[in-house]
Design a protein around this ligand. Structure first.
Ligand SMILES: Cc1cc2nc3c(=O)[nH]c(=O)nc-3n(C[C@H](O)[C@H](O)[C@H](O)COP(=O)(O)OP(=O)(O)OC[C@H]3O[C@@H](n4cnc5c(N)ncnc54)[C@H](O)[C@@H]3O)c2cc1C
Length: 488
């Protein structure tokens, strides 16, 4: 069932097995998963069915060093999947591993905990589940890039339609009797009981000023990577500092992938294989983007994180003066044929390095629902740019060793090389082994609160080099199993 919060009869008891706050990728996935087990679910969505100003402006806040907060996510039914790009990459062991040379890395779970859910997650976001280049080259009738390097892996990202969760699942939600989805249902506080160890109620406000409470055996916060922390911090009427904040890390460790211009390459046309095009589409409708990644071993030896490199073919007419000088080098490349080398612009994203000082705090200013707004401060770690330079160096060495090309590193300051953010919001309610260093445990339960869970990229202790949403859907399916076990 789907209805507006304004139509709720506040005299009626609003009691459910599970209350999910936020109907984006995580909230919708979890509601449908739990309803399959016959559990009654309240799915509370603050926005409307379409984008509206009255909802989107509630995402405004101050941001220093990062994108504007109200454009980097969407606040309506379906959430930020209403404008995500659909890139998916399978997580690997190194994305979850503790690496002592990188500060604050490591998840309290291994990738094997997520693996069993990845196939279903890939189906939900409508991509195939093979991510190695070899699985695709036959179908594309081309070869991998012709280099042999022990330090580089060739992989692909798969790009989904991209799935708009609101559009795709609206009719299923409407037709599922176990789900009561309320739109325009802005959660303004999660209330704890007197002893502070359980959530007692969720306080909701509609746009016409009506206020009511929802009670549930279990509450799941699924408001997105920034808003999950904001709601915990705003839920401080009983516990100073907000819910789940005994470590003081709610809102800390914010991170995102910075996409940067990494340099340029000149490659023999006979050898560029799958890299010849930035995007490929197969006959059966799969879209994929090839990239190169430093192996975990190569990154460890260099003392940096991992970094993914994409090559975009460039028209020679687009060269700058310095590019033209560098391209002279290509006149001497030992291609053994008369073909002009192909030119590529290299774009990279390195894994973001967690930093406790990259954080959001609450300001004194309030939004139209009475919630305190956010102040966010962010600065990418210098190790991230070192990882970018490292992978271009490896690429240049591999091209040189194969005699098929050259690569040049862009060493301009970060601000000049910056291309865009990934808009992957990590870390603000990070997963940790105990309550002293993070917010949720390995089962996504908030430390110290028996019935409050969090689904979303805010629980990622570090983002690795995966695009996060397919993994987030897999983690949410796993949370569905956890909750089902507790209840049935
Ligand atoms: C431009 C762009 C491109 C992207 N491209 C990719 C990509 O290619 N690959 C990838 O993996 N990821 C991508 N992402 C990230 C991806 O969109 C997110 O990872 C994903 O949407 C997160 O899902 P979520 O359910 O946690 O949050 P959201 O999808 O943001 O959903 C949160 C929901 O909670 C609701 N809500 C918020 N506050 C409240 C409240 N107080 N009360 C009630 N409801 C509330 C919101 O209205 C929203 O519907 C992109 C993001 C952007 C902005």
């Amino acid at each position: 069932m789907l209805k507006e919060a304004t139509s709720v009869d506040t005299n009626e008891d609003q009691q459910f097995k599970v209350c999910i706050i936020g109907a984006g990728a995580a909230g919708i996935t979890l509601a449908l998963r739990l309803a399959r087990s016959g559990l009654s679910v309240a799915l509370l969505e603050g926005g409307d069915l379409e984008m509206t100003e009255r909802s989107q402006t509630l995402y405004e806040g101050a941001s220093e060093g990062y994108a504007e907060l109200d454009i980097s996510r969407l606040r309506y039914f379906g959430g930020t999947t209403n404008h995500w790009t659909g890139y998916c990459r399978r997580p690997g062991p190194s994305d979850f591993a503790i690496r002592p040379w990188l500060p604050e890395t490591g998840w309290p779970i291994k990738v094997e905990s997520v693996d069993p859910y990845l196939e279903e997650a890939a189906r939900i976001v409508e991509v195939a589940s093979q991510f190695d280049v070899a699985s695709w080259t036959n179908r594309l009738e081309t070869n991998p890039l012709n280099i042999t390097s022990a330090d580089l892996q060739q992989e692909v990202s798969l790009v989904g339609p991209p799935v708009r969760f609101g559009e795709k699942y609206r009719s299923e939600i409407e037709a599922t009797p176990e789900i009561t989805c309320l739109t325009g249902a802005n959660v303004v506080e999660i209330e704890a009981n007197a002893s502070g160890d359980r959530v007692s109620a969720v306080r909701v406000r509609s746009y016409d000023g009506k206020e009511f409470q929802i009670t549930a055996d279990y509450v799941v916060l699924a408001c997105g990577g920034i808003e999950n922390a904001r709601l915990l911090l705003n839920s401080d009427s009983r516990i100073p500092g907000g819910l789940g904040n005994s470590s003081g890390t709610v809102g800390c460790f914010f991170a995102d992938h910075a996409i940067v211009r990494a340099g340029q390459a000149f490659i023999s046309p006979a050898a560029s294989g799958i890299f010849q095009r930035p995007v490929w589409t197969t006959e059966d409708g799969n879209t994929l983007v090839p990239h190169l990644i430093a192996t975990p071993e190569a990154a460890a030896t260099a003392g940096v994180g991992r970094c993914a490199l994409r090559a975009n073919r460039r028209n020679p007419g687009q060269r700058s003066f310095t590019d033209r000088l560098f391209s002279k080098v290509s006149d001497y490349l030992p291609f053994g044929d008369d073909a002009e080398p192909e030119e590529y612009e290299l774009l990279a994203f390195a894994e973001p390095i967690p930093n406790i000082n990259n954080r959001m705090t609450l300001s004194d200013e309030r939004d139209a629902m009475g919630m305190r707004k956010i102040n966010l401060i962010y600065q990418p770690h210098e190790l991230e740019m070192q990882a970018v330079e490292h992978v271009v160096k490896l690429f240049g060495a591999a091209l040189g060793a194969a005699g098929i090309g050259r690569a040049q590193i862009d060493t301009a300051p970060f601000e000049e090389r910056f291309f865009d953010w990934g808009y992957h919001h990590y870390g603000t309610t990070r997963m940790s082994a105990d309550h002293t260093s993070g917010v949720v445990d390995a089962d996504l339960k908030v430390h110290g609160l028996d019935n409050l869970y969090i689904a979303g990229t805010s629980v990622y202790p570090n983002g690795g080099i995966m695009t996060p949403t397919m993994t987030l859907v897999a983690l949410t399916l796993r949370l569905g199993d956890t909750l089902e076990k507790r209840m049935l």
